[in-house]
Design a protein around this ligand. Structure first.
Ligand SMILES: Nc1ncnc2c1ncn2[C@@H]1O[C@H](COP(=O)(O)OP(=O)(O)OP(=O)(O)O)[C@@H](O)[C@H]1O
Ligand SMILES: [Mg+2]
Length: 320
């Protein structure tokens, strides 16, 4: 992998909100145009990881590790400079799109303001480009949408507007936190197709947080599975879903309701609570394959087979 193709490099990142680390020991690289989907139970730190990269949340502190964006170490930049540097290259679609817009100002004025702040506003082009972006996301009356305020539109429409703005900004990296969760199935497919084409045709790299593994498979690229603030498995989407290796990933896949009527098997137990982390694998208390050594042996993500990475001390063994 040449430095030219690597857009984002995260190394051994730990971050938290003032107490202990909420995400810990996270390492991965993202190439230009590549899509990485992040999955994992609620509360495992997916949104926190995106926020740590974006750096917009004052309460969230980087405790250790490194985030390099286009070769620049973000942790070494003064806060204002870091924000400016990241905002030029990286956009974020939030879990609740209302959070990223003022609910009582028209989208038109908020789009213009955002484009101006990134040096990407051109008065002549604005309207046709904005309308085209909204149409691509299936918003059939783009002019009306532009003149609406977020509170006047449905959650799903707001989510699509947020994606349209990301399209318009054309940044190198898009961090999308459950970007399709408020959409019905048909619109979800359309939005997912747009996300995919952002990578394929516009070369925009993305980290997409989702609870929807079918969406992650459709998007292609790689899937990263998080558990208790750690990345426990990372692999090309097809490999991960066809040959999941981490007992947590296997349990997560078994817990999905199926259309063929097979009963899903709910994941037993709970995420570890606050307090000192176990020295070994955080999944140990819930793992059906755990051996005593798992409790003490630190597990870090390491190659299992080709691009398939795994953090499990039983990785080398055959699955029973
Ligand atoms: N602003 C905050 N201040 C303090 N703790 C927080 C804050 N935001 C999240 N947390 C805590 O950090 C942990 C990880 O939360 P996070 O929102 O990153 O999880 P998530 O994987 O995105 O979950 P979900 O799938 O429900 O969105 C949780 O224990 C949560 O309570
Ligand atoms: Mg979240």
């Amino acid at each position: 992998m040449s430095d030219q193709t690597v857009l984002l490099e995260v190394r051994d990142l730990s971050a938290g909100y003032g107490g202990g680390p909420v995400v810990a020991g996270i390492s991965f690289t993202l190439e230009r145009g590549e899509i990485l989907s992040l999955v994992g139970e609620s509360g495992c730190g997916k949104s926190t990881l995106l926020r740590a990269i974006m750096g917009t949340e004052p309460d969230l502190c980087l405790l250790s590790g490194s985030i390099r964006l286009e070769g620049t170490e973000l942790a070494a930049l003064p806060p204002r400079e870091r924000l400016r540097f990241v905002a030029r290259r990286c956009g974020m679609v939030f879990q609740s799109p209302g959070a990223s817009f003022n609910p009582i100002r028209s989208y038109r004025s908020q789009f213009i303001e955002t484009l101006k702040s990134r040096g990407k506003y051109d008065k002549k082009d604005f309207l046709p480009r904005a309308e085209a972006a909204l149409l691509r996301l299936g918003l059939k009356e783009p002019r009306r949408v532009l003149d609406s305020c977020p509170y006047e539109l449905s959650g799903g429409m707001n989510q699509r507007v947020a994606l349209a703005l990301a399209l318009l900004l054309g940044q190198e990296l898009l961090l999308a936190d459950e970007p399709t969760s408020a959409l019905d199935a048909a619109i979800q497919l359309q939005a997912a197709a747009e996300l995919k084409s952002l990578g394929e045709t516009a070369g925009i790299a993305q980290i997409v947080v989702t609870h929807n593994l079918a969406l992650a498979r459709y998007l292609g690229g790689r899937i990263g599975v998080m558990y208790a603030g750690r990345l426990v498995e990372l692999a090309p989407a097809g490999d991960l879903l066809e040959e999941p290796r981490h007992p947590y990933t296997q349990a997560l896949l078994e817990a999905i309701p199926r259309l063929d009527g097979t009963m899903p098997r709910p994941l037993a137990g709970q995420l570890p609570g606050e307090g000192p982390a176990l020295p070994g694998c955080p999944f140990f208390p819930r793992c059906s394959r755990a051996i005593p050594a798992c409790r003490e042996t630190p597990c870090t993500l390491a190659p299992w087979k080709g691009e398939h990475l795994l953090a499990c001390c039983r990785a080398g063994e055959e699955t029973p």
